[in-house]
Design a protein around this ligand. Structure first.
Ligand code: ADP
Ligand code: MG
Length: 268
């Protein structure tokens, strides 16, 4: 991918840094199978868009990848990150990954931000995941907030999420996702809950933040019009199955599955 920042020349060739490999993943709620043996691949530094209509299983897939569904629901298959199996990790083991190497941005920033903590406190909490708070933490927070195009970021440090607009909260959620320079970002409908006027700003902020870190990303959306501007690869999900998985040009120019063709004919 042209989007990756990190040169692979300085890494050993057997280190698949940040690569996500999902194989034959199934998720069941009771006797209802909502993810039906899907495969997904995200290469180092690549952006994979997972698209499909509401209810097709996108969020359940994302929650499985970050270990937020009970193992009984994630019935089978394999989720490998950097060559390591993630299914079956315990809570303690997950702390090495979720929120650090794998960042998560959800549709509603209020599920990512803690309502009872100031903005500064949330960044400090996240930084402490990696050890003692660095002495220059305040400057680092301000840099991270400036990196998502927040003007005069010092002014926000003592604010609480509810005092800020939805667009501002989502930008802060993106900045928070970048604290540990993640290898992989999972962004599940990050602009869907926002006013149309701020959706484009948040999309470009997310794209910029990702480009700066060179992280790979699983970008989930029901909105095909957001995909061309950000994705390298596209996986189309329909009724719990991935019905198409190829590079973004092929999907738009030559969709192989009937469902993808119907999605495209509905897109603006
Ligand atoms: P999408 O994100 O593509 O809109 P979801 O992954 O949220 O769809 O949901 C896929 C299916 O799984 C839907 O039929 C939904 O109702 C069902 N589902 C999601 N979460 C749960 C849950 N916790 N318990 C039972 N069913 C669920
Ligand atoms: Mg969803």
């Amino acid at each position: 991918s042209a989007r990756r920042r990190r040169s692979q020349a300085d890494l050993p060739t057997d280190t698949p840094r940040g690569v996500l490999e999902v194989r034959d993943l199934t998720v069941d709620f009771g006797d209802q199978r909502v993810v039906k043996g899907i495969d997904l691949h995200i290469g180092n530094g690549e952006v994979l868009a997972l698209v499909g209509e509401s209810g097709s299983g996108k969020s359940v897939t994302a929650l499985s990848v970050v270990g937020l569904l009970p193992p009984s629901a994630v019935g089978g298959g394999s989720i490998r990150f950097d060559g390591k199996e993630l299914t079956g990790l315990n809570f303690q083991q997950w702390r090495q990954y979720r929120g650090r190497r794998i960042a998560v941005i959800l549709q509603d920033p209020s599920t990512t931000l803690n309502p009872v903590l100031t903005i500064a406190a949330q960044f400090k909490d996240s930084m402490r995941l990696a050890g003692p708070l660095p002495s220059d933490y305040r400057d680092r927070i301000i840099d991270l907030l400036a990196g998502v195009a927040i003007k005069d970021p010092a002014r926000l440090l003592d604010s609480y999420p509810h005092q800020l607009s939805g667009g501002m909260r989502q930008r802060i959620a993106i900045a928070l996702a970048m604290v540990h320079d993640p290898d992989l970002i999972i962004a599940d409908e990050p602009t869907t809950a926002l006013d149309v006027t701020v959706q484009a700003q948040v999309m470009s902020t997310l794209a910029l933040a990702r480009e700066r870190t060179g992280a790979a990303m699983l970008f989930i959306t029901h909105d095909l019009s957001l995909v061309a501007g950000i994705a390298d690869q596209v996986a189309v999900m329909h009724n719990g199955e991935v019905v198409e998985h190829s590079d973004v040009y092929s999907v738009f120019d030559n969709p192989s599955h009937e469902y993808t063709r119907s999605l495209l004919s509905l897109a603006p």
